[in-house]
Design a protein around this ligand. Structure first.
Ligand SMILES: Cc1ncc(COP(=O)(O)O)c(C=O)c1O
Length: 382
């Protein structure tokens, strides 16, 4: 049996059109975009074209997009960049307990440098409360950084409301939208946001390329020095082939957001339906918000069975899923997201994240769900 890949929130395969768009930049168009001769100019022109097209699709100005090496770098660039650019002595940051480590770890580093960070709690469905954000704001708050879509449970945060609040208080607002791009309609100028992190590889683009949207009103200090690329905001020869791929992914995938999410909803329902039939609805729980979440991420706990055991058995059956949490020293840490949601221990210790993508068929999901049920029955000896 061909393996069934249900880990699209971790990464996606490169779309064939994306690969095709990338290849010429390894062969015919290899010039350095900073070179002034014809080889360089050809690549520079292409780079400008990609930036223009992406800015148009995302609803921002081309100069507001900085290409990076991915979501992690974009988050670091936004957080450190805006704080270092600030002239006043504000030393307080607001974020949430359920951010990706690419936000949490920079915040921890900043704590070591004398900043204070408020990590907002979430409710049992993974949603933050706008009242909590309002209550956390202080006169010395220098930044609010909150993710759009959570990568483990799929919860969608009320970004517009938070952004309005941040605007009213004149606090820079950064959004990690790595899991939102291609899943939710995204028009950057219509959102009250100052900085938005994006990554290509969650969207059928290549790994190692992303972007940071920085509104033209936002001041940012560079974090990499040594060249004038990206308007002196991120030095280093541009990864042109990867950017070509990112632009193609945006071009191909963004117009399909609705269709893809409808399909994901069907796959989600199929998996839940088969599990209910084969296991009974009392044998598993779904983690996350019922409505305010993206359908392609389905986080399920099977109390009594450890995440590790289930994932290993699924892997033996050729089904690839994830725990959502990092694997350190060969054993799984309990997810900080599920812990923040204050779910019971037997729920946090048995959670598996399934994430669907455009290559999945209904038959695959039925097969995978049946395999899950068989494994669960076997491990429970019934
Ligand atoms: C919410 C979120 N932010 C940031 C990242 C990091 O992105 P990248 O892998 O492009 O560095 C990820 C990747 O899993 C993510 O899910």
């Amino acid at each position: 049996m061909n393996p069934i890949y249900l880990d699209h929130a971790a990464t996606t395969p490169v779309h064939p059109d994306v690969l095709e768009a990338m290849l010429p930049f390894y062969t015919a168009f290899f010039g350095n975009p900073s070179s002034t001769h014809s080889f360089g100019r050809a690549t520079r022109t292409a780079l400008n074209r990609f930036r223009d097209a992406m800015a148009k699709s995302l609803g921002c100005l081309p100069a507001e997009l900085i290409f990076t090496s991915g979501g992690t770098e974009s988050n670091n660039m936004a957080i450190f960049g805006v704080l270092h650019a600030s002239k006043d002595d504000k030393k307080h940051i607001i974020t949430t307990q359920i951010e990706h480590h690419a936000v949490l770890h920079p915040c921890e580093r900043l704590e070591g440098l004398g900043y204070e960070v408020t990590y907002l709690p979430v409710g049992p469905t993974g949603l933050i409360q706008i009242e909590d954000v309002a209550a956390a704001v202080r006169p010395d708050t220098a930044l609010i950084s909150i993710m759009y879509v959570n990568n483990e449970v799929g919860t969608i945060q009320p970004i517009e409301q938070i952004g309005e609040l941040a605007r009213a208080k004149q606090i820079p607002f950064h959004v990690d939208a790595v899991q939102a791009l291609g899943k939710l309609p995204l028009n950057l100028h219509e959102l009250p946001v100052d900085m938005v992190s994006l990554s290509a590889h969650k969207l059928y683009g290549p790994k190692g390329v992303g972007a940071l949207y920085v509104s033209k009103h936002t001041k940012l200090t560079p974090h990499v020095y040594g060249g004038s690329q990206e308007r002196k905001r991120r030095a280093g020869t541009e990864n042109v082939a990867a950017i070509a791929g990112f632009a193609k992914a945006v071009e191909v995938l963004l117009p399909q957001v609705e269709t893809l999410q409808e399909k994901a909803s069907e796959l989600r329902q199929t998996m839940i339906h088969v599990l209910e039939q084969q296991l009974g609805s009392e044998r598993f729980t779904i983690n996350g918000h019922k409505e305010q979440s993206v359908p392609h991420i389905l986080n399920i706990s099977f109390p009594g069975i450890s995440t590790e055991t289930l994932l290993m058995n699924l892997d033996l059956e050729n089904v690839a899923a994830a725990s959502g949490s990092a694997c350190t020293s060969g054993s799984l840490e309990v997810s900080h997201v599920l812990q923040a949601m204050k779910l019971p221990e037997n729920v946090t210790a048995s959670a598996v994240r399934f994430s669907f993508g455009m290559g999945n068929s209904k038959e695959q999901i039925e097969t995978a769900a049946q395999k899950i049920a068989t494994i669960v029955h076997r491990l429970r000896n019934n």
